[in-house]
Design a binder for this molecule. Structure first.
Ligand code: ZN
Length: 444
């Protein structure tokens, strides 16, 4: 029996959550290796100092310990109790100082006094600690403190991982996710775990399309990946950034920069079929790595399904985004939606008319109402029925007109305005009536 998704997701949450990750370093590598235990991943490296488009790969960050101790030697802030306590990418320090000297290096979230905030300083060399406001409030203002961050910033590498599942259509889709946040679950473990679940699902399928899975540290990793794979990436048809889809809240959907790409239509269709009205996020050039993939040099349309989207939930970028907020069942729910989107993408094949010369005589095949004239003038008492028949004939007309081996169902949806499921229903009828041949492979 195959292991169910909830169980896989819970197992990965448990293994990955405690690790102190960053955009480089041992925590990132260890996390990629854990994902590599689940699916076959190629883990790659880019050396510190390497130029990737407008950016330079930074020195690698290693963190072993960090604390602030009072004059009695008690650790009043301790990295070992929560890795969010240290500002990610802090330079090393070993010093004694007054509270006033320490204070500018302490970060709290007064609006959420029990939460430890998440702070990073990747490109400006500094150090700092994050702590709950309540913890800050009780620090003795008159004491002197020993401040230790046992870290290294030295030339090393940035790591990312990729996996690819080949299809036959010649069309390739991207699933990208990031893996650079320390102990937080929705942002960001929900993304990579969903990617693993989708890879496992696609692996078992008889695939039409090719799927590329990319696990990068956010921003710099996606830029490095694009720099390394520029030509291949420019041929990607569309994709998804998997992020923040494991919370307790409502589903959301951030559209692609095009807004009406096949991917947008497929996602809307899935929500519609499920009777879910998702929180709609029009495209903005913020958020996650869609900023890189959809940049002018690539223009890959990328969408995201969320369940408590980044920026939007109270626990976001704090210690409260933990395993009491996120669980495997919630992540699996999002993975199921993505799988339904994939099913629609997989069904998007081109098709060819068997009667390409002129219009097909529908009436002879029982596909047209025999009584002509009524379609555009529905009688009041029969209006709904006539309109339904009229829509069906209209869909047939669109499908037959675009049955030239160059258009797929999503193109018809785009041009005609009919939903994909209705078009699929009509297309099945046309296949049954021997009017249409589906293209099974156009890679050769
Ligand atoms: Zn984040």
């Amino acid at each position: 029996m195959t292991e169910d998704n909830t169980h896989i997701a819970d197992r990965l949450l448990k293994r990955l959550f405690p690790i102190c990750r960053s955009i480089t370093g041992p925590g990132l590598r260890q996390s990629l290796e854990i994902l590599g235990d689940e699916i076959p991943l190629n883990i790659r490296s880019v050396a510190s100092g390497e130029q990737v488009f407008d950016w330079t790969i930074p020195d690698e960050w290693t963190i072993r310990d960090a604390y602030v101790a009072n004059s009695k030697g008690e650790r009043v802030i301790d990295f070992n109790s929560n890795n969010l306590h240290v500002v990610n990418y802090s330079v090393p320090i070993d010093a004694c100082m007054t509270f006033e000297e320490l204070r500018p290096h302490l970060h709290t979230l007064p609006s959420q006094p029990d939460a430890i905030p998440y702070r990073t300083s990747y490109y400006k060399r500094t150090w700092g600690f994050c702590l709950a406001q309540r913890q800050f409030d009780v620090l003795d203002r008159d004491d002197t403190y020993t401040v230790v961050i046992d870290s290294d910033l030295s030339p090393g590498e940035l790591n990312y991982a990729e996996a690819r599942l080949e299809g036959t259509s010649g069309r390739e889709y991207l699933f990208s996710t990031y893996l650079c946040h320390p102990s937080m679950a929705n942002d960001n473990l929900s993304g990579p775990i969903t990617a693993v679940l989708l890879y496992k699902a696609l692996e078992k399928m008889d695939r039409h399309h090719t799927y590329r899975f990319v696990f990068v540290p956010e921003t710099i990793g996606a830029i490095a990946y694009l720099a390394r794979n520029a030509e291949e990436m420019r041929r990607i048809h569309g994709g998804f950034v998997l992020t923040t889809c494991g919370g307790t809240g409502a589903f959301g959907y951030k559209e692609t920069f095009q807004g009406d790409h096949m991917i947008d239509r497929a996602i809307r269709q899935v929500f519609c079929d499920r009777g879910i009205d998702p929180i709609h996020y029009p495209f903005r050039p913020d958020g996650s790595d869609e900023r890189q993939y959809s940049s002018p040099g690539f223009r890959i349309p990328v969408a995201t399904i969320t369940k408590d989207k980044y920026y939007e939930y109270d626990e976001y970028h704090t210690s409260l985004d933990d395993l009491s907020f996120v669980n495997g069942a919630q992540i699996s729910e999002s993975a199921e939606l993505y799988k339904e989107v994939l099913a629609i993408l997989e069904s998007a094949r081109t098709f060819t008319s068997r009667i390409p010369n002129g219009e097909v005589q529908l009436g002879r095949r029982g596909l047209y109402p025999s009584m002509g004239g009524g379609i555009n003038q529905p009688a009041a008492d029969n209006a709904a029925n006539d309109r339904a028949v009229g829509d069906e004939v209209d869909r047939i007309t669109w499908l037959m007109f675009l049955a030239d081996g160059k258009h797929s169902l999503d193109d018809v949806a785009s041009k005609s305005g009919y939903p994909l499921t209705a078009l699929q229903y009509t297309l099945d009828k046309l296949i049954e009536a021997d009017l249409i041949d589906m293209e099974t492979d156009h890679s050769t």
